[in-house]
Design a protein around this ligand. Sequence first.
Ligand code: 57M
Length: 358
Amino acid sequence: MFYNLLAPLASEWTLFNVFRYITFRSLAALITALVVSILIGPRFIAWLRRVKCGQFIHEDVKNHAAKAGTPTMGGLLIMTSLACSLLLWADLTNRHIWQVSLVFTAFGLVGFCDDFSKLHRRENRGISGRVKISGQIFVALAAMCLLYANPDYSSRLTIPFFKDINPDIGPLYLPFGVFVMVAASNAVNLTDGLDGLAVGPAVVAFIVFSVFLYVTGNARFSTYLLVPYIPGVGEVTVFCAALVGAGLGFLWFNAYPAQVFMGDVGSLSLGGTLGYLALLCKQELVLAVVGGLFVVETLSVILQVGYFRWTGGKRIFRMAPLHHHFELKGVPESKIIIRFWITSILLGLVALSVLKLR
Ligand code: 57M
């Protein structure tokens, strides 16, 4: 809004030029979302308690019993602060801003249906797995249509560290894109099993993608760093920064010991959006590096289930996803969380190095 209202006045008051800068508005968006989350968080959590959004806790990991009744669906707090910040700082005439917001909301809606039905049915049963995955695939397909609607969009892949290899996978890009978004949303969901475990690495990934988006939307930087130039995409940096602020604001309350969980409304929207952003800035494979922690958590489940079936009942890990394995080995929850965060920061730095090392 500030961009649309105040930037045109820059010819009269040069001070208003500042509203043109993506960097300035991104910083302001981050701070706004963070402050809004922290300000409305306590009331929001009290409201979630009032409407009985308490989390059902499984009994197989003993030290989680104390978490019973912690309100869930905190993802709605992320959505609210993100929306406030975007309305103030984003260019509301930029179509990428609306497209990415739509994708974020649609994945969140699938998660919301699951959370809502878990609260209203016994034993934490949400919508069936088949309905949930169909919803995710539907949203991902719609998101791919939005991407293809951009005239500058191509079905070429960017291979990290190799500047001259850009294979064009043609029509296969559609199922590939759907896979990236659905896999990312489920991977973040699987990781969301300890306080702050999903949102911390997600924030790191959004910081990394804000750099990629900024470069991709800037003709000079993209030419210099040999990344595809996509006009208008730079504005999505403001979205990413607002999401970083909203994520940190949520972490304020989700940090160990958590006062609120994000629920599927949070995890599916954060994960699906990560996938969408990777596709948008043509860094599809970098997602596997920056989101390496989510990949490892998902692989631990695939290996565990596969090995269990293959051997007729033996396990590789004490329990999957991986964070449960460490918990059952007696590592304190806060230590697991901080070590996973450190790992994700390192992975984020490796992903950023792709910009220069090629
Ligand atoms: C969501 N949800 C958390 C909270 C959060 C196939 C199988 C691996 C699926 C997996 C599964 O169901 N994963 C999806 C995991 C749950 O958190 C809620 O769910 C939302 C995210 N969707 O926002 O609302 C619990 O996680 C804890 N939590 C925190 N802090 C947080 O900030 O402590 C969450 C957020 C919460 C809370 O205790 O109740 C979850 O774990 O259920 N299933 C599993 O992960 C199960 N693993 C398993 O069965 N492994 C098997 C096989 C199938 C691989 C094996 O190893 O043999 C574990 N789930 C639980 N206990 N609860 C098993 C142990």
